[in-house]
Design a protein around this ligand. Structure first.
Ligand SMILES: Cc1cc2nc3c(=O)[nH]c(=O)nc-3n(C[C@H](O)[C@H](O)[C@H](O)COP(=O)(O)OP(=O)(O)OC[C@H]3O[C@@H](n4cnc5c(N)ncnc54)[C@H](O)[C@@H]3O)c2cc1C
Ligand code: FES
Ligand code: FES
Length: 477
């Protein structure tokens, strides 16, 4: 299976027929651009990091991504920047590269291109007002020999020098500072000239073996199978993007990424802590490609977005391209990795009722490492109260069952009860009958049972510190 794609690779236009499942890392290295390295090929090390730039709101929005997991079919119409594309004329080091040399932040150099690209992504995101922090921008990069201190010193040095005060930075400023080469300034107009198909055709839907979102699960789990299968790249369907409000519901397109959600005005307005919750999801480059549709349909029992949206009593819309049907997310999971979605359907969007009144929500995740790790157990809660009584509650948990679990019996028990340590203790014991964790590499059955009971207490300690005290939970262990 081949498809035609056009994109700009550094300063060059590429227009080719290619198997869309070839990952970008293999493509660029075959083009003799050897700066991006293959380390883990699983999205963990960041040695393969590149930037993708796409037209958004009249500008080019750049994101750092793991090229080892990115199918080239997803890059049509974009600007791809590898370390070679950051070279300045006359072999001069750019300021980021120079800071690395000055601070001794590179030894064997295997990881260095990835770090430099991520830092360039940090500066380019300052232009859009989206950057989190300079050190956070490196959360997807690992160095095996230098030690991270010198890298952090280099990153701070260059950010202190080039981001003084609250000055708004433009791409022209970055070009003047030599952080990006001059040719970046023409990319906007050049991307506009690329001809793109935005309307997808689903008439041959039954012929596809896989739907692909961002590819961050599929290209870890079955990269070879992807190369030899008929795949449908949903990323190219512009109708599946966007986070909007319609008739009292928030509609999240299945192509929305974790980064899109974290930057969404709607999510930040109704769930101000959401950004912090999802900071525990993967790394910056993973979050830039990981979609809601992928998280929900991967059907992992510990998907973080799945667990969060389960507690909002969300509904998903499935379609075969002609007709649509809605299913409550809590009814979507049938057994381990089996969902109520037929082979001919893909997920169009997820929707949930916009919360109003006296509502509270919380998300907890425990993993072996705090960052860049999947959960051992995670849990989310959404509830409403009136005069210290729970009037409505939705509780979900991951890692304690074969499917992402909605705890209907525990919710039933808690509805109408007073917020009190005794009632939560009782709810914990009801919940223990609803879960069925297994012992695996992430912990024994007993450990997960104990962990989940602690996470229920954690929800109430975080949400109602005036009612619940840590001491209340000690004796209950
Ligand atoms: C290094 C690393 C760290 C990670 N960390 C986390 C983490 O902290 N928390 C977490 O929850 N996950 C994590 N993940 C897993 C992964 O990133 C997420 O599950 C992500 O949301 C998957 O989205 P995707 O678009 O990349 O999925 P894809 O790989 O494209 O697809 C995943 C599955 O969903 C199906 N699919 C995709 N979109 C649709 C659709 N619209 N309709 C129907 N089916 C569809 C595909 O066919 C496939 O079966 C991590 C992955 C990596 C590699
Ligand atoms: S090679 Fe390690 S993240 Fe891509
Ligand atoms: S310098 Fe060798 S891995 Fe970082």
């Amino acid at each position: 299976m081949k498809t035609r794609i056009s994109f700009i690779l550094n300063n060059d236009l590429v227009d080719i027929e290619i198997n869309p499942a070839v990952v970008l890392l293999d493509f660029i290295r075959n083009k003799r651009l050897k700066g991006a390295k293959e380390g883990c090929k699983e999205g963990d090390c960041g040695a393969c990091t590149v930037l993708t730039g796409e037209l958004k709101n009249g500008t080019v929005s750049y994101r750092s991504v793991n090229s080892c997991l990115l199918p080239v079919g997803n890059i049509s119409g974009k600007h791809i920047v590898t370390i070679e594309g950051l070279n300045q004329d006359g072999l001069l080091l750019n300021p980021i590269q120079k800071a690395f040399v000055d601070e001794g932040a590179t030894q064997c150099g295997f990881c260095t291109p990835g770090f430099i690209i991520s830092l360039t992504g940090y500066f380019l995101n300052l232009v859009n007002g989206n950057s989190t922090g300079v050190i956070e921008s490196l959360d997807g990069n690992i160095c095996r020999c230098t030690g991270h201190n010198s890298i952090i010193r280099a990153a701070k040095k260059v950010s202190d020098k080039f981001t003084p005060g609250n000055k708004i930075i433009t791409q022209c400023d970055l070009a003047e500072m030599k952080i990006i080469p001059e040719y970046f300034l023409n990319i906007h107009d050049r991307l506009k000239k690329l001809k793109l198909t935005c309307k997808e055709n689903y008439s041959d839907i039954q012929s596809y073996s896989y739907f692909v979102g961002g590819g961050t699960d599929l290209f870890v789990q079955r990269p070879d199978e992807m190369m030899n299968s008929e795949i449908k790249l949903l990323h190219n369907d512009k109708d599946l993007f966007g986070i909007d409000i319609k008739e009292g519901y928030c509609i999240v397109g299945s192509n929305a990424t974790v980064t899109d959600l974290r930057e969404s005005e709607i999510m930040n307005k109704f769930f101000p802590e959401f950004d912090g919750f999802m900071n525990l999801f993967g790394s910056t480059p993973i979050r830039n490609n990981a979609t809601v549709g992928g998280n929900l349909n991967n059907a992992s029992p510990i998907g973080d977005m799945t667990i969060f949206f389960l507690s909002l009593n969300s509904v998903v819309t499935l379609t075969d391209g002609i007709s649509e049907r809605d299913v409550f997310l809590k009814d979507f999971y049938l057994s381990y990795k089996k969902t109520d979605r037929s082979k001919n359907e893909y997920m169009k969007c997820l929707k949930f009722k916009l919360p109003e009144g006296n509502y509270f929500y919380n998300f907890e995740k425990v993993s072996k490492r705090t960052y860049l790790d999947i959960a051992s157990v995670n849990s989310s809660v959404f509830l409403k109260t009136e005069n210290n009584f729970i009037t409505e509650i939705y509780l979900s948990a991951g890692g304690v069952s074969a499917i992402p679990l909605f705890l209907s019996k525990t919710c039933e028990f808690l509805t109408g009860t007073e917020l009190s340590p005794d009632n939560i203790k009782e709810a914990v014991s009801v919940s223990q009958k609803e879960i069925s964790p297994i012992s695996d590499a992430r912990g024994s059955e007993n450990y997960k049972r104990l962990l989940f009971s602690r996470l229920i207490y954690a929800h109430f300690l975080v949400l109602f510190p005036e009612i619940f005290k840590t001491e209340d939970t000690y004796e209950r262990l």
